[in-house]
Design a protein around this ligand. Structure first.
Ligand SMILES: Cc1cc2nc3c(=O)[nH]c(=O)nc-3n(C[C@H](O)[C@H](O)[C@H](O)COP(=O)(O)O)c2cc1C
Length: 209
């Protein structure tokens, strides 16, 4: 899968870690406009979620909770997005394009295999700073994304305000914060994966020895 593109960026040279590196470097944010409708088997969904919970977690606080949205909830989220944009952003759209924009928003999530609401659950007794708990949840999200990549499922983390607010609708406790939602969906083999180049290591790493 698009090996040439990845290798142009940086050759995968150690075979021992080849599978892991390939999976990490082939992961891309794949957006819902590129999803094709296909059922996600329950067993695979469970695998994705179990891998989320295998993320590192300081003091074993496991500061996460996930809300899996499927079926009619995809339609409900589309409706929610359309209503949200009508309320918050109508003035941004010229009236002649508003109807199309709203209809695009309604349809946007419909081909997703599911949406996974991501909730940060603070454990205040632990004394951990919030950033450590967000770091653990982010690792959990990355585990889900990588499990998706390994199974040729696209995913991306949506943190825009409509996603944050929608997950809040599901009744969060006082120690919980919505961190948006992860879209999961199948995509065509013909979809060209965006290259998404990264800066050279020389700009990001210093070696001290
Ligand atoms: C914490 C976080 C939040 C993100 N939120 C959004 C988002 O709200 N909308 C979006 O289009 N992409 C979002 N992304 C995806 C990034 O745009 C994407 O990771 C970046 O462009 C690099 O592309 P890649 O994931 O394909 O490597 C988010 C990524 C992260 C890590």
């Amino acid at each position: 899968m698009k090996k040439e593109t990845i290798e142009k960026n940086m050759p995968i040279s150690f075979d021992l870690s080849g599978e892991v590196s390939r999976n990490i470097r082939n992961r891309r944010s794949i957006y819902a406009k590129d999803f094709i409708k296909k059922d996600l088997p329950d067993k695979l969904l469970e695998e994705i979620l179990v891998n989320a919970t295998r993320a590192p977690t300081h003091k074993m606080t496991e500061p996460w909770r996930f809300i899996v949205l499927r079926g009619k909830y995809l339609e409900a989220y589309g409706e929610y997005m359309a209503a949200y944009y009508k309320d918050h952003y109508t003035e941004k759209f010229p009236p002649e394009t508003a109807e199309k924009k709203l209809s695009d928003l309604r349809n946007y999530p419909l081909n997703a295999a599911c949406l996974i609401g991501v909730v940060l659950v603070r454990n205040r007794k632990s004394g951990l700073p919030e950033w450590e708990e967000i770091a653990a949840v982010s690792s959990a999200v990355q585990n889900m994304a990588l499990t998706c990549t390994a199974n040729r499922i696209g995913s991306y983390w949506s943190t825009k305000s409509v996603a944050i607010d929608y997950i809040e609708e599901f009744g969060l406790a006082e120690n919980e914060t919505s961190l948006g939602l992860l879209y999961l969906g199948y995509y065509s083999d013909a979809l060209p994966l965006p290259e998404k180049r990264r800066s050279p290591l020389s700009e990001k790493v210093i070696y001290l020895q």
